[in-house]
Design a protein around this ligand. Structure first.
Ligand SMILES: O=C(O)CCC(=O)C(=O)O
Ligand SMILES: [Fe+2]
Length: 354
């Protein structure tokens, strides 16, 4: 079995040129670099959840609804998760990646697996690789958690911090799903119930500095497969979302949490909320990290457009899919923009956002 090619190891070896395996075809390279003056930064909505209290509730609810429809991406502030905890999450993620390789290898992905420390997804032999390493594991349910094989034993506070974060995140997820349901005119528990016994997975993404950032992708354009995704990023630009054909950088905010609609929420809302294509770029100066929480439906949940969101003038745009089936196809294929969710389309082509 060929040894996994890890971006961090290449960066540590001081390579001056990225290996062929990482070089994107010209059409897929980042056309505008983060440092270029015409790169667009900062217009992704920032929503202050403190506005849900008192007289500004209606306005805040409308902001959330518009963000889900127009962007599929927003940042929340005053979300109830202490900034000291967000900082600890970033710290333990960084501490893990700063461990010696041999220590990190203790929770390495097994051949053919995607959980643990290693590369994103299984890549075909000849696939172009993204300039990122990751640590991916489930937090819940217990049956998927596999703490022994996929969670690191070091840093020693990793588990405690990640569990504390997961607990806080769960409250925010329940709140947002109830607010989305309300905005959609559905009973407040509709979305949470439709997704069945959810699972929560965390991925720590580590993008080392890259000697030729204009030839590679940190993470290739994709939409996320699940219901909703939460992302903590450090202070380094890199995350971009696609809006009207342009890539817009999601400005790092110290206390902000990035929220994005994922594919199954797009399906259940019959395309009213959009699961937007996003990607991450890298730079040649400083490493970047993100810690991503994926809230996923039960693999047994049959996801289809909510009946009350479809009628004669708004026919169902997607066929029903069992999430487990959707996920296994998603994992087998390379990241490819919105191709996965579009494969469920009942129309020739659903052009939801771009
Ligand atoms: O690192 C980022 O900002 C993007 C990560 C991402 O999109 C993912 O892990 O699905
Ligand atoms: Fe993503």
């Amino acid at each position: 079995m060929a040894q996994t090619i890890l971006a961090q190891r290449l960066a540590q070896q001081g390579v001056k040129e990225v290996p062929e395996r990482f070089i994107k075809p010209i059409a897929e390279r980042p056309a505008s670099q983060l440092s270029s003056p015409n790169h667009s930064r900062g217009s992704v909505p920032v929503i202050d959840l403190a506005g849900l209290q008192g007289g500004s509730r209606q306005h805040t609810m409308a902001q959330i609804d518009e963000a889900c429809q127009d962007w599929g991406f927003f940042q929340v502030v005053n979300h109830g998760i202490p900034s000291s905890l967000l900082q600890l999450v970033k710290d333990v993620g960084r501490d893990f990646f700063e461990l010696p390789f041999e220590e990190k290898q203790k929770c390495a992905m097994k051949p053919g697996e995607i959980l643990g420390y290693g590369r994103h997804y299984q890549q075909a032999e000849n696939a172009v690789l993204d300039w990122v390493d990751c640590l991916l594991h489930y937090v819940s349910p217990t049956s998927l958690r596999d703490e022994e094989n996929t969670w690191p034993a070091k840093p020693p506070n990793y588990r405690e911090v990640m569990d504390a974060y997961a607990k806080e995140l769960q409250k925010l997820i329940s709140l947002l799903l109830a607010l989305f349901s309300e905005n959609l005119g559905l009973p407040s528990t509709y979305l949470e119930e439709a997704f069945g016994e959810f699972s929560l997975a965390f991925r720590v993404n580590y993008y080392p500095p890259c000697p030729q950032p204009n030839l590679v992708m940190g993470i290739s354009p994709h939409s996320d497969s699940g219901c909703i995704t939460f992302l903590i990023q450090d202070e380094i630009d890199g995350l971009q979302v696609r809006k009207n054909g342009n890539w817009v950088t999601v400005e790092p905010l110290a206390d902000g949490l990035v929220v994005n609609v994922a594919d199954m929420l797009q399906v259940i809302t019959n395309g009213r909320y959009v699961s937007v294509e996003h990607r991450a770029l890298v730079n040649n100066v400083k490493e970047r990290m993100s810690i991503v929480g994926f809230y996923l439906p039960s693999t047994e949940a049959l996801i289809s457009p909510a009946a009350t969101l479809t009628d004669k003038t708004h026919p169902a745009l997607y066929r029903a899919t069992k999430y487990g089936d959707y996920l296994s196809t998603y994992m087998k294929k390379p990241l490819a923009g919105k191709a996965h969710v579009e494969s469920l389309s009942l129309q020739d082509k659903v052009d939801t956002n771009t």
